[in-house]
Design a protein around this ligand. Sequence first.
Ligand code: C2E
Ligand code: MG
Ligand code: MG
Length: 695
Amino acid sequence: MPPATRILIVEDEPLVSMDLRRVLQGLGYADLRLATNATTALALVEAEAPDLVLMDIMLAGVRDGIETASIIQANFDIPVVYLTGNTDNAVLERAKESSPFGYILKPVDERPLYTTIEMALYKHKAERTLRNSERQFRQLFDEMLNGFALHEIILDESGQPCDYLFLQVNPAFEKMTGKSRQELVGKRVKECLPNLEPFWVDIFGEVAQTQKSVRFENYSGDLKKFFHVAAYSPRKGQVAAVFEDVTQQKKTEETLQHRTFHDALTTLPNRALCLDRILQALERAKRRTNYLYAVLFLDIDRFKMVNDSLGHLAGDKLLQMVSVELKRHARSVDTVARMGGDEFAILLEEIKAPAEAIHVSRRILEGFKAPLMIDGQRIFLTFSIGIVLGPADYDRSEELLQNATIAMNYAKSLGGSRFKVFKWPMLKKIRRAWDVDSHLHQAVQKKEFEIHLQPIFDLRTSKLAGFESLVRWRSSSNFLVPPGEFIPIAEQTGLILQIGNWVLHESCQTMARWQKTLVGGAPMTMAVNLSAKQFSQPDFIKRMARLLTETGVDPWRLKLEITETMVMDNPESVVTKLRGLRELGMTVSIDDFGTGYSSLSYLQRFPINTLKVDRGFVMDMDKYENLVIVKTIVNLAHNLGLDVVAEGIETRDQLETLTSLNCEYGQGFLFSKPMTVEAAEELVRAHFTSVAPDA
Ligand code: C2E
Ligand code: MG
Ligand code: MG
């Protein structure tokens, strides 16, 4: 027995209450209070909150026991048990209204009193627990962030769910839908949320059929919100659903998505998205015969220079301005994408004729004729544009884009600021270059090169003055490939270093052999062409020194031919290198002189020995201006203390003109084409035995 059970006795008959008190004490209830009227009873209830009230129904005063009990029931959470001598039905009915926990007839017997009190206490406690947990659930239901709604399923004639009646909703659901409980409960989805009805039917249709819990993600058009819905069927004919508002999550996902497919700097679609859009266009073109598209691949001309001179921040700003300008020329169905760096692409869709792509390209080139203003500076940009016109037979968008790049590079190679439409022969040309490149690697390994030597004569004495060493590639099909076809490619790939080294060694060894056996101390030089890559090697001078010791050639016999552009690109470091060569005792010629742009002041400072007049001028010397040029070069050389070699002499007239101009040396088909080393050796031998038997 709970020892601390406090009981309030409300009884106006002193004898009865005394007796009651005695019985209760006998039962072990020690904590007892007594009130003789309603007023004291209520005061005590309020002040002491007893565990139980034993209430006499017939009380003297303004309120009887039932009224008092009703007040307690309404205001306090305390169980009341009636004690009465009255068994009148009317009284019993009234007593019921106050929801009492027991009803005992006087005079009271010990046992019924005890059981009634204990039952009342237990029942009250159980009710309170239930109420508490209900309150907790209610609170959860009211306060949870997820929307909850219970529905009755409404079926159509064929027994399919066609609508839902709201039975219950929570505040979160009210907030999500923007409708109050009153507007929802008892109404059909069709009536109160007409826009969302298809969504409900979709989601719950499945639940109702499978009786399983499912998760849906859907877009509720009108509210611009996304929900995850977990729905289940608590009983047949009903659907309960918990709606989680994932709009924010979805937005975050979308931003992430945007970031993966867009360029951060310009916010344009990036390469990945552009490739995807092109692929879609390719597929559309396969399905629809009248569907025309075009891809423009754009590259800013000399952007690196602009970027380096402006600083990268301004460069970024410039790219942003470019993207805005490019978008101006595209329609909303088109895709303007940044492919990386200064490369952009535009996918033109649904064009009426291929010419439209040409128009757009023209407009872009025109549009950029107006300068862009960056930090108060006027920047003029030009573009090289490659165009691929669809429909064309592509399976992969990368392939199409590659061809657009090829066309762009072609436009660039013609000086930029223009567009070129891709044509398949362009690819053939490039393939051939790739072909050469891949074979060239093997050629270097297999040593498929040889040098041919072209004699150079002293025009004053007609004596053999030396040779120019010219490389040839004897390909596996025994075909001699001229240097013009592989040197430019070898320069691009860097293979020129290995090839050039080999040529140098071969030429020096040949000359070293002759100097020992045939030539002796007589003047005879070996000219070797150098590429820019070879010349710009940091350890170039060291390499040349090693070459001299390894081959044993007299340094002054080795004449390196470099071009004007090689010299003018980086005049400062070139001077140092040229001095190094001079210290080694080697000599230097400027090859193809007159075709580049030499600055006279530099020419004066360069420690060089010879100018080689380009073949082009010699060839056309019957034109007056060419004759003047050759004359000027010869005079210039002599004023600078240099001698002159004329290349490409093919006729007697040319030879005579050059001799009259005091040009020292000559080289050309008139004397001899480049010949094999063996043939050259014969020539040297013959020359030294016939010309100078006593040398
Ligand atoms: P280059 O140094 O100006 O060589 C002269 C070119 O003119 C040679 O062509 C030669 O065969 C040609 N030639 C000589 N006389 C005449 C003539 O009377 N008429 C005509 N029409 N042509 C004549 P090749 O051998 O085809 O060489 C072309 C270029 O390739 C050379 O021009 C040179 O710049 C480069 N080259 C050749 N060998 C090497 C090398 O070993 N290394 C490097 N880096 N470049 C080389
Ligand atoms: Mg040369
Ligand atoms: Mg030349």
